[in-house]
Design a protein around this ligand. Structure first.
Ligand code: NAD
Length: 315
């Protein structure tokens, strides 16, 4: 039975990854200090195949059993979180990645780090291929997240080139599904929470900025394929179907049968205007592409999360 260690395993994406790895027959060690995650996300994972270590990866940490795969997902990910804890975010991307790469080296494990489309910043190339170096404001409020992830990628490639660690980098584009927090500030949980209560839906700016939304099951499938490939360079995983925020709000109203109206709020600093992954590489290298489109993904999210969780009455 292969063993996978998942940092950030009690978070939104990490917990879905733990589910998928356990379903594949892996033993899973979840390393998470619950900074933005919750035990509720892993409460259903009991038994000999699953262990949770409450460890802050900013400090060095060790695991006393063989490990085959390391999935490095620990990091605040929502603007609400990384603007609240900017130094922590930089430390997780630097010290946390360093300690986790060191662990992978010690165990001769395959290491995969969760990077982000934010490394492209406010892109000047559209859609974004992996070869694009990005357009990031390093000193703006979002810079703590974007630059932590860019540093984390640089560190990963240095461990690969200098230390021979078997590494992979996934650049994740906006992903949604059950276990997102109702008040984490990201568009889909916010719109769902508002629509399910017939409250006004707050769209930033004029709503013409675009995003591409990937359903969590598609993402997790792509991540495991990448981890099991021998590929080292970054690979985009995301859904290339692009929507304006206004279209997203209208779709959420439609899917929920809500009476909400749309209102407009101030655009956050350095909010990217467009965002769409070029997934040619994932298609060619991994044979991967998303299969769940927005309406179906929203319906599944509502079904799996339940109304009470989505409106924030139950965690
Ligand atoms: P999340 O906040 O739900 O999960 C992050 C987890 O990391 C939490 O459980 C948190 O407690 C844990 N964590 C944070 N600091 C830690 C520390 N110092 N030590 C141990 N654990 C710590 O976020 P998410 O949306 O699941 O994102 C997971 C990863 O995927 C992040 O690295 C994020 O940057 C990346 N990502 C996510 C998205 C997305 O759309 N959700 C998009 C791009 C990239």
């Amino acid at each position: 039975m292969p063993t996978s260690l998942v940092t950030g395993g009690a978070g939104f994406l990490g917990s879905h990854l733990c589910d998928a790895l356990l379903a594949k027959g892996h033993r899973v060690i979840c390393v998470d200090n619950l900074e933005t995650g919750t035990l509720n996300n892993i409460a259903h994972l009991r038994g000999d195949s699953f262990t949770h270590l409450n460890v802050d990866i900013i400090e060095p940490y060790f695991v006393d059993e063989p490990i085959d795969f390391v999935y490095h997902f620990a990091s605040p990910a929502s603007p609400i979180d990384y603007l609240r804890i900017p130094l922590h975010t930089l430390k997780v991307g630097s010290y946390g990645t360093h300690h986790t790469l060191g662990l992978a080296k010690l165990h001769r494990a395959r290491f995969l780090t969760a990077s982000t489309s934010e490394v492209y910043g406010d892109p000047q190339v559209h859609p974004q291929p992996e070869s694009y170096w990005g357009h990031v404001n390093p000193i703006g409020p979002r810079g703590v997240y974007d630059e932590a992830k860019r540093f984390s990628e640089a560190l990963t490639m240095a461990y690969h080139r200098q230390q021979g660690v078997d590494t992979a980098i996934v650049r994740i584009f906006n992903t949604y599904g059950a276990r997102m927090r109702a008040r984490d500030g990201r568009a889909i949980p916010t719109f769902l929470r508002q629509a399910l209560q017939d409250q006004p839906i707050t769209v930033f700016g004029d709503g013409s900025q675009t995003r591409s939304f990937c359903y969590v099951d598609d993402l997790v499938r792509g991540i495991i394929l990448l981890a099991e490939s021998g590929h080292h360079d970054p690979v985009n995983i995301g859904n290339p179907n692009e929507f304006t925020l206004l279209e997203l709000a209208e779709t959420v109203i439609d899917v929920t049968g809500s009476n909400s109206r749309i209102v407009f709020a101030e655009l956050p600093t350095d909010d990217p205007q467009v965002r769409q992954p070029d997934i040619t590489k994932a298609r060619e290298l991994l044979g991967w592409e998303p299969t769940v489109q927005l309406r179906e993904g929203l319906e599944r999210t509502i079904q799996n999360a339940g109304r009470d969780t989505l409106i924030g009455h139950r965690f």
